[in-house]
Design a protein around this ligand. Structure first.
Ligand SMILES: Nc1ccn([C@H]2C[C@H](O)[C@@H](COP(=O)(O)O)O2)c(=O)n1
Ligand code: ZN
Length: 193
């Protein structure tokens, strides 16, 4: 190979190597979509005042846009300090299940009458039969959940019977990372960089 041609090849190789160094690759530890949506549901559950079970739900459309979130709580203006969070009181009127709006129902209501046709629900707890009726009627077509701790209860077996009957897909979400730490200080520290 003529000397000048060889030098040009070496220069080209050096240039390619230099350009490669300038090309900044994306970060690899970003939050994947399903973890992102389930983490949003989990974060929402942190708003729940239920001392026993905190549930969060997040509804996502086919363009991966979050259209609504919700958590379990008493209806608007029914004070958490007046209504009881009991679950085994002998007086049924003193039990929370008479009053609590479930997380999935709140998410559907929080969508503010926007069409939920073809959307996906991420919920930290498998939907009960009452929420399943709302899920079906609202047009939600897929469900991701974390816990199904009441699976053997007739209420939850009824949920699965309805979901199977209408072909709504439900599957347990297996997180790709065990935990996500949200530390407000981290963002503050960036400010001082
Ligand atoms: N799919 C569900 C199931 C239950 N909830 C709410 C209702 C209560 O506030 C709580 C369950 O309480 P526990 O019976 O475990 O003491 O979770 C919901 O939002 N969504
Ligand atoms: Zn429910």
């Amino acid at each position: 190979m003529p000397k000048e041609h060889k030098e040009k090849c070496e220069d080209a190789a050096d240039l390619t190597a230099s350009l490669a160094k300038l090309h900044i690759q994306k970060r690899q530890d970003y939050l994947h979509w399903d973890d992102y949506f389930m983490a949003t549901a989990l974060l929402s559950s942190r708003r729940s005042k239920d001392p026993s079970t905190q549930v969060g739900a997040c509804i996502v459309d086919k363009h991966k846009r979050i259209v609504a979130i919700g958590y379990n709580g008493f209806p608007r203006d029914c004070s958490d300090d007046v209504f009881s969070w009991s679950k085994d009181n002998s007086d049924p009127l003193e039990n929370k299940n008479m009053y609590v709006v479930h997380a999935e129902a709140n998410a559907i209501l929080n969508s503010n009458s926007r069409s939920l046709d073809g959307t996906r629900l991420y919920t930290t707890l498998f939907p009960c039969n009452e929420c399943t009726k709302l899920i079906i009627q609202s047009g939600i077509r897929e469900i991701y959940y974390i816990s199904d701790k009441y699976a053997e209860k007739p209420i939850y077996r009824a949920s699965k019977r309805m979901l199977d009957a209408v072909g709504i897909v439900y599957q347990r979400h297996v997180p790709t990372q065990k935990q996500i730490i949200i530390n407000f200080d981290d963002t503050l520290k960036e400010e001082s960089k």
